[in-house]
Design a protein around this ligand. Structure first.
Ligand code: PEP
Ligand code: MG
Length: 746
């Protein structure tokens, strides 16, 4: 064993020497293949590097035909080399030709070599290439050879990161320099241009080698001890009733105390790596495993291990504690995921946000929407690809991210943003005029809000009021239940800021995707159809009563408008309404000021409510269609499931006909009706809703201008004729016909 160790140390020592000498990238690669072949007593050593994301190229070799260098290429997954790259796992065989997928590359002259060992060159989930040794033996390489080659591959990846192989005859471009386009999903529409601000900056390992193994082992042990203490402290300080938090911390502790983890890092140090390089090698291996694991639970645990490695690296290098990174003037936040509180701490200064994970309904997305910051979610590998300070373009309208874009792409993007600014200027000029359609009715346009920070948009957008104030955001961004006094003060500030304009407070809509960090999570098979919103409020009336009291007190004698979410049947509305009336009575008995006027409405978010008895419509002071939920239940298509959420068009004839039915029932009972789902903010959808009879729409503040602009230029009777005609002709969606008509209108 000690022989092998000293062999590895000698190999690393020579490698370090080769890398320290001044040379062009290609020359360095040539020297490295030579010295590996010598030290490992093997006739062939080759380095294959990625030319682009799909193609590997032979970039240096000792033993194969030198003429093949920069000529032999294979696609990811093709041949044994391609398979190593695709699986990010080593392949070791004594009989290469018998392996599935083996491909002779005649030009390299490799057919006489039967043993093959290939290991991936990768760094923290980023594939860079493959390092291969071959021999004429008919036995596979031993474990020590695999280990030694993996350590060398790790060092190569580290040095590549530092740009050691760039140069004349360009063996490889330094990673993190080429443009990358990532296709994610839309979290919040809008476009942004700026520079990357990593939420958790990556630690840079500047020296992967170490001479003094004892000293490195000591550093590692000290850091691991510190890490264990900090995890124990986190566990004692944590709320142990929170099952999820406890599970994560327990997993942390398990990993931090894992003997295997420590032993592998010690072995790496004994072979000549520095302590931080040893940690990073383990982290890279964990990331490679992460890519192979489909089970979301296991993926989470591997992410925990990743987080733990980052903590350890920060302890070892001192980086990241005070990150020393300057916040760019135009920051675009890049993170794997982020909590709503952390996001709010960054505030409105962010130009855009890109998340590797996240979902449309996640709290971060909700906050980003409230702050009107363009957001792209599910941007795979963004935290691996992006470096602090990289230039980045966020196209929230299409869910695209351009990292380090070419000038032409940046130019086109700049043009697009300029056009959007121009349009905004045009919208500003109609800010104070009503959304009166040609010859026709005026549509009331309100805005959706959820945070105090949204209120200034009331003036800048030209909204007539707040048609939906999502009160759960105030709960989501806190770490514990707010008190009645805190809530009353917050609601009062909202009404102050609204300056007499109507604000529709929607009571707490939690459950489903909106889980309060301090409430016991419910393990439900189908949370969107589960115990949420008014169902929680009625079953556990304590919180709802407290909120209703806070609303009455916050009103301080001013008009109050309250709306209950997710009502599925008449009784639920009646019971909730009665609770509010009881609280009014109570306040009256206590001699406190009562709201000047009181409106109590319901959100229509389940198809069942559309068919409720007419008495429901008569009792409700107003109804607002929550189109996000209504649409998901109408089409049975989960609004958070990327596979299906865009499958059914809002302008589908069946859905429009259903909306028309709701309009008719409201007309019959003279119940004011509005639409407050996201679709109200899309101009074409808004136009069609107006044509179907909606006279009030509530939307993101940024949508008010575009929607008003289109409404003011449209004749609703004509639109209605187009819709009726498309319906009569059996169209599935009226969109094509309406779009044609709009084009004809110019
Ligand atoms: C809706 O469902 O349309 C709605 C406005 O409520 P939320 O998006 O908060 O569920
Ligand atoms: Mg809803």
């Amino acid at each position: 064993m000690s022989d092998t160790r000293s062999g590895s140390r000698r190999l690393l020592g020579r490698l370090r020497q080769a890398l320290a000498e001044p040379a062009e990238g290609q020359e360095r690669l040539d020297r490295i293949t030579r010295l590996i072949a010598e030290e490992m007593h093997t006739p062939v050593c080759s380095i294959y590097l990625f030319r682009d994301q799909e193609t590997l190229e032979l970039c240096a070799t000792q033993g194969l035909n030198p003429e093949a260098v920069h000529k032999t290429r294979m696609r990811l997954g093709e041949g044994l080399v391609g398979r190593v790259a695709a699986s990010t796992q080593p392949i070791n065989t004594g009989n290469a030709p018998s392996q599935p997928g083996f491909r002779y590359m005649a030009e390299t002259g490799e057919e006489i070599y039967s043993a093959f060992l290939g290991v991936p060159i990768q760094r923290l989930g980023e594939r860079m290439g493959v390092l291969v040794v071959q021999s004429k033996e008919s036995t596979p390489y031993d474990d020590d050879a695999i280990y030694a080659l993996e350590v060398v591959a790790m060092v190569l990846a580290e040095m590549a990161e530092l740009g050691a192989f760039v140069g004349e005859g360009a063996a490889m471009a330094a990673p993190h320099q080429h443009p990358v386009m990532i296709r994610g999903s839309i979290g919040q529409e809008g476009a942004a241009m700026g520079h990357v601000l990593l939420h958790e900056p990556r630690v840079v390992v500047t020296n992967p080698f170490a001479d003094d193994a004892e000293a490195e082992l000591h550093r590692l042990h000290t850091a691991v001890d510190e890490l264990r203490i900090s995890v124990d402290e986190m566990l004692t300080g944590a709320d142990l009733k929170d099952k999820e938090q406890r599970e994560v911390l327990e997993a942390y502790r398990m990993f931090a105390n894992s003997k295997g983890w420590l032993r592998r890092m010690e072995a790496d140090i004994n072979r000549g790596l520095s302590a931080e390089a040893a940690v990073e090698k383990e982290q890279t291996a964990a990331r490679a495993r992460l890519e192979q694991v489909p089970d979301p639970y296991l993926r989470e645990r591997l992410h925990d291990l990743d987080d733990l490695s980052n903590r350890l690296l920060r302890l070892l290098t001192g980086q990241g504690t005070d990150s020393g990174v300057e916040t760019p003037e135009d920051p675009v936040l890049v993170a794997r995921n982020i909590g709503p509180g952390e996001l709010l701490a960054y505030g409105r200064g962010l130009r855009g946000i890109v998340l590797e994970e996240g979902s449309v309904g996640s709290h971060a997305a909700v906050v980003a929407r409230a702050l009107a910051i363009p957001l792209v979610i599910n941007a795979e590998r963004i935290t691996t690809e992006a470096l602090n300070g990289d230039r980045i373009l966020v196209d929230g309208d299409q869910g695209l991210v351009h990292l380090r874009p070419e000038d032409s792409v940046a130019g086109a993007f700049r043009d697009k943003m300029a056009m959007m600014t121009k349009a905004q200027e045009r919208y500003a000029s109609i800010r104070r005029v009503p959304a009166t359609t040609v010859y026709g009715p005026t549509i009331r346009l309100d805005m959706n809000a959820g945070l105090m920070a949204d209120l200034p948009s009331l003036r800048s957008s030209g909204a007539e009021g707040v048609g939906l104030f999502r009160t759960e955001l105030q709960f989501l961004v806190r770490s514990k239940f707010p008190t009645r006094g805190e809530l009353a003060a917050a609601y009062s500030r909202v009404l102050d800021a609204a300056g007499g304009k109507r604000v529709v407070f929607r009571t707490l809509d939690i459950g489903s995707d909106k889980v309060l960090p301090y409430m016991k999570p419910q393990d439900e098979p189908n949370p969107a159809l589960g115990w949420r919103a008014i169902r929680v409020g009625l079953d556990k009336p304590g919180v709802m009563r407290m909120q209703l009291q806070a609303l009455i007190r916050g009103a301080k004698g001013r008009p109050l408008t309250v709306m209950f979410p997710f009502v599925a049947q008449f009784d639920e509305f009646r019971a909730a309404r009665q609770m509010l009336l009881d609280e009014i009575e109570r306040e009256k008995r206590l001699g406190r000021p009562l709201p000047k006027t009181l409106e109590i409405g319901a959100m229509l978010e389940t198809p069942s409510l559309a068919f409720a008895p007419l008495q429901f419509y008569e009792l409700a002071d107003f109804i607002s269609v929550g189109g996000n939920d209504l649409k998901q239940f109408f089409f049975a298509a989960d609004r958070e499931n990327e596979r299906v959420r865009r499958r059914y068009d809002t302008l589908n004839v069946a859905f429009l006909t259903f909306l028309e039915w709701i309009v008719m029932r409201c007309r019959e009972t003279k119940t004011p009706l509005s639409f407050c789902g996201e679709d109200a903010g899309r101009p074409v959808e808004a136009l069609c809703f107006a044509a179907m009879g909606f006279r009030a729409l509530s939307m993101r503040p940024a949508s008010i201008g575009p929607v008003k602009h289109l409404l003011r230029r449209s004749n609703l009777s004509e639109v209605r004729e187009i819709i009726d005609d498309a319906r009569a002709h059996g169209a599935q969606s009226v969109r094509p016909a309406v779009m044609d008509w709009l084009r004809q209108q110019g």
